[in-house]
Design a protein around this ligand. Structure first.
Ligand SMILES: Cc1cc2nc3c(=O)[nH]c(=O)nc-3n(C[C@H](O)[C@H](O)[C@H](O)COP(=O)(O)O)c2cc1C
Length: 302
């Protein structure tokens, strides 16, 4: 009997789409595996390239995980019994993107995930995904699923450089070098090499045993995360909660003013506060070594 795998994703620039194509390559090449693809489609899609207004306006709904309407999923997919689901998403504002969150909260997810199927998450991020993954884990917990694996691709450039280049990319729609800066996003070499994760998934799919899947994925480098980014992610989540709740019900001119305020907050947080926090972080690093090790191990796992 053929093994059936469902890949679910949404992508604006095509980056996450390319990642999923590369990861599923070994599965596509295997006769005994059928891979179905479900592309999440929004009733009202987001612009790409982004306008500055749209980019900040999605912040409250993204962070508060307010679902938006998505287009219906084909009956053919909903009727299938899948052996494995690959759920690929991108973080927006330290949370699953609106398309990813909207899908996870939809009746389609209820139907597909409630069959107790094992899930592997695939993240195509800038570099800050840890708390978004906690939120996805929480949503998956509502269904009768087991998260058996997690693969993270990220921009490996220093945090401030990737923050600068991603904004250039998002606002021009061009994933290219800007001046002296490196290319934005996940490197082509990392994307091209990601079929190695597909090979690991295939092995476990064939044996129908996922107990050691994440361990095997980690051996191939599936999750590399500097602990400092987890720290920023956690702290920023606290601040974002305050901002999102303050802005969510604002309309018209008042909303615009608040979003402008949030923009200035972000500029200060990224360019002034985070370097200061970084210095303090390294000064107290030796005293927190054990805790840091423990937390990193947790976020590398499922
Ligand atoms: C509105 C918005 C917010 C984002 N916030 C984050 C974030 O918090 N953490 C992160 O690692 N990447 C963030 N990104 C980058 C995305 O996760 C993703 O890597 C990028 O948008 C490319 O994905 P695509 O395949 O949909 O084009 C953000 C992107 C957008 C558009």
């Amino acid at each position: 009997m053929k093994k059936k795998v469902l890949l679910i994703y949404y992508s604006q620039s095509g980056q996450l789409k390319e990642i999923t194509q590369q990861i599923t390559k070994p599965l596509h090449e295997e006769d005994q595996v059928q891979v179905d693809v479900l592309t999440i489609k929004m009733e009202t899609d987001f612009p790409f390239p982004w306008t500055s207004e749209a980019f900040f306006d999605v912040f409250p709904d993204t962070f508060l995980q307010e679902p938006h309407a998505i287009k219906p999923v084909s009956e053919t997919i909903l009727k299938q019994e899948y052996n494995l689901i690959l759920f690929a998403y991108q973080p927006w504002y330290l949370s699953p993107s609106i398309p990813a969150n909207s899908f996870l909260k939809s009746s389609y997810a209820q139907q597909l995930f409630s069959k107790g199927v094992p899930v592997v998450s695939i993240i195509g991020s800038r570099n800050m995904w840890a708390m978004a993954q906690e939120k996805v884990k929480q949503l998956l917990k509502d269904y009768d699923t087991t998260l058996v694996g997690n693969i993270v691709l990220a921009d490996r450039n220093p945090n401030l450089i990737s923050a600068y280049t991603i904004v250039k990319w998002m606002f021009t729609g061009e994933k290219r070098k800007f001046g002296i800066f490196p290319k934005p996003g996940i490197s082509q070499a990392e994307i091209n090499a990601s079929d190695k994760f597909g090979e690991v998934i295939l092995k476990h799919l064939k044996s129908n045993n996922y107990n050691k899947l994440q361990t095997d994925l980690l051996e191939k480098g599936a999750v590399e995360i500097p602990h400092f980014l987890i720290q920023i992610d956690k702290t920023a989540n606290k601040m974002f909660t305050k901002w999102a709740n303050a802005i969510k019900n604002k309309k018209g001119k008042s909303r615009k003013r608040w979003l402008k305020g949030f923009y200035y907050y972000l500029v200060i947080a990224i360019w002034i506060l985070s370097p200061i926090v970084n210095v303090i972080y390294w000064l107290i690093y030796p005293f927190r070594y054990k805790k840091i090790k423990k937390e990193t191990t947790y976020f590398r796992g499922v």
